[in-house]
Design a protein around this ligand. Structure first.
Ligand code: FAD
Ligand code: MG
Length: 302
């Protein structure tokens, strides 16, 4: 068995550099970026302070990678009444994770930690209950909520992006087959969020098969056929939902995923990239296709 665990690359990237001040730092096993366009040095310092406060609260309460976090401690105690027991600041994250699990018939499933650990894929987790699929988006919403909004800031945590302020940000969806260019380019509008889930960042290879860190929560099996899913959400859905939906739609695939979105989250947009590097293409509804300024491959309507 060859264990190859690639470092988490940024699936989404903000394009363009003119007049942008960017800060980058490691956190939660990934990379945090704040991109400021305009604004005063004081506003930038304040935005960074709000972001640091949000991320350390999420690490302290929601990390399945820290044995002393509230989540790991409650999981060790065999907690079953999570919504009553967890700190009030993070209750919305648990509630949305449990709602996604119920609505998706278990495709999204915070309990996959056990199986991931058995597989040994990117799961140094200390907990059988794992919010790794939604908690970074929640952290981004928390950071964005603390900002004044009078300066343009792009909050990015491991490729979970949210736009603060009044300007749009040109955003690229990376080619999941690592050929360097963008698969697609679009403008992320003020207040919108975007997240991507993929099988090309954290995985192991066993007998020539790549097992990604995303499992079908209904079966515990690895998900074949999809390389990446990108989800764009409006301000009222936020980055937490973009994060949780990208994982859910990765598991459900395009047909079932579009039915799921249209029934439960009709204002979200999605773009699937099937795992076929030799004949790359994308699958997206017309509402997403009309947002794309560039796309490297044919798009199949859904
Ligand atoms: P996403 O698609 O957003 O989520 C995939 C993750 O969700 C998997 O890693 C797994 O944990 C879980 N998952 C898999 N299948 C399902 C499913 N069907 N339903 C629900 N969930 C599923 N990583 C480190 O290497 N070191 C750290 O110290 C570290 N600390 C962290 C602390 C916090 C608070 C959080 C939230 C995450 C931390 N991580 C750490 C994990 C890492 O940052 C990413 O969160 C993780 O790799 C998943 O993010 P993603 O966007 O790549 O994938
Ligand atoms: Mg996610």
């Amino acid at each position: 068995m060859v264990a190859v665990v690639a470092a988490a690359a940024l699936a989404m990237r903000q394009l363009g550099t003119r007049g942008i001040v960017r800060e980058r730092w490691p956190v939660m096993g990934t990379v945090a970026v704040l991109a400021h366009r305009g604004g005063t040095p004081e506003a930038r310092v304040e935005a960074r302070a709000k972001t640091d406060a949000a991320y350390s609260l999420v690490e302290r309460l929601l990390s399945a990678w820290n044995p002393e976090s509230e989540l790991s401690r409650l999981a060790r105690e065999g907690c079953t009444n999570w919504l009553e027991r967890v700190s009030v600041e993070v209750r919305p994250c648990y509630a949305e994770a449990l709602r996604l699990a119920e609505l998706s018939g278990g495709a999204f499933n915070p309990r996959v930690g056990v199986k991931l650990r058995e597989l040994g894929v990117g799961s140094g987790t200390y907990s059988d209950f794992d919010l790794g699929a939604i908690a970074k988006g929640f952290a981004v919403d928390l950071a964005a909520a603390g900002m004044r909004g009078d300066a343009d800031v792009l909050v990015d945590l491991g490729g979970n992006l949210r736009v603060v302020g009044t300007g749009a940000w040109r955003t690229g969806v990376r080619d999941p087959f690592h050929r360097g260019a963008n698969a697609a380019v679009f403008d992320l509008a003020p207040g919108e969020s975007v997240a991507t889930s993929g099988n090309y960042e954290r995985f192991i290879e066993r007998d020539g098969i790549r097992y990604s860190h995303i499992l079908d929560g209904r079966t515990g099996e690895h998900v074949a056929g999809i390389a990446a899913v990108t989800v764009v959400t409006p301000p009222e859905y936020g980055a937490m939902l973009a994060d949780g939906l990208s994982t859910t739609l990765f598991v459900l695939g395009p047909e079932e995923g579009m039915r799921f979105l249209r029934s439960h989250y009709p204002r979200a947009l999605a773009l699937w990239i099937p795992d076929c590097p030799d004949s790359p293409r994308m699958v997206a509804p017309p509402e997403m296709k009309s947002r794309l300024l560039e796309c490297a491959w044919p798009i199949i309507n859904i």
